[in-house]
Design a protein around this ligand. Structure first.
Ligand code: ADP
Ligand code: ADP
Ligand code: ZN
Length: 215
């Protein structure tokens, strides 16, 4: 049997990355994340796509969306080799949502709800493993040893875009571009709203139940 095809939606800082790792482990599916894919290719030459900047870096540091053509290609490529998956960080606008509809069907559409005030605290305190990408928080989700990844022993760093200015821009970009995507999926039978302000374990329990119900 093939694994579930899961879409996880929510603002920056809602816990998508944290919960996607749980989903990937528990249901043995691939974690497809445009954010990680772009961070690994920040300096790729995209000038042939007729974009304002020549690499993704400038967009990402400012917290603006990287042009659709770049992210659509990343997702299309990742989906062709995935059986089941959890898709995280895409689609971020209605054009991308339309593109995704031509690429795959979805079994579950999760939407994590968190207030803006809480998101700012989560993002400015976020630390990520430089080697494996695991997520931590200086207060809400501390590693066993400060600065060291529990999973792989890698060094924990702060992302360039997790500063207050970029965070606020990302939240504005979310409200303007991505909120309409969530509204677009709300009437879908596969849509499940999740209270993302609970503890990580409580959020996970709701997500696990939603995916099991859908299968
Ligand atoms: P967060 O975890 O804060 O939501 P991500 O790691 O998903 O952030 O994304 C980081 C940055 O990568 C975004 O601010 C944006 O510049 C770029 N990015 C990621 N996904 C997309 C996408 N689907 N469309 C356009 N840009 C994207
Ligand atoms: P996203 O991928 O949606 O941007 P992350 O999974 O990276 O979000 O989580 C953002 C930050 O919030 C991280 O520092 C993470 O450790 C922390 N976090 C995740 N889930 C929770 C939660 N339920 N309660 C408190 N902090 C959380
Ligand atoms: Zn690690």
């Amino acid at each position: 049997m093939s694994g579930p095809r899961v879409l996880i939606l929510g603002p920056p800082g809602a816990g998508k990355g944290t919960q996607s790792s749980n989903i990937a482990d528990e249901f043995d599916v691939e974690h497809i994340t445009t954010g990680d894919a772009l961070r690994a290719n920040k300096d790729m030459d995209i000038s042939d796509m007729d974009t304002e900047y020549d690499t993704p870096r400038e967009y990402m540091e400012a917290g603006d969306l990287v042009p659709d053509a770049v992210v659509n290609a990343i997702v299309e490529e990742a989906l062709t080799s995935a059986d089941g998956f959890v898709l995280d960080g895409y689609p971020r606008n209605l054009e991308q949502a339309e593109e995704l509809e031509g690429m795959t069907d979805l079994d579950v559409i999760l939407s994590l709800d968190v207030s803006r005030e809480e998101l700012v605290d989560r993002l400015t305190g976020r630390r990520v493993c430089d080697d494996c990408g695991a997520n931590y928080h200086v207060e809400f989700n501390q590693p066993e040893e400060e600065g060291v990844c529990d999973e792989c022993g890698g060094e924990l760093i702060q992302r360039d875009d997790d500063n207050e200015e970029s965070v606020n821009n990302r939240l504005d970009v979310f409200e303007e571009n991505t909120l309409p995507v969530i509204e677009h999926y709300e009437d879908d039978d596969a849509f499940v709203a999740i209270d993302g302000e609970q503890t990580p374990d409580e959020v996970w329990a709701d997500i696990e139940a939603a995916i099991e119900d859908a299968n």
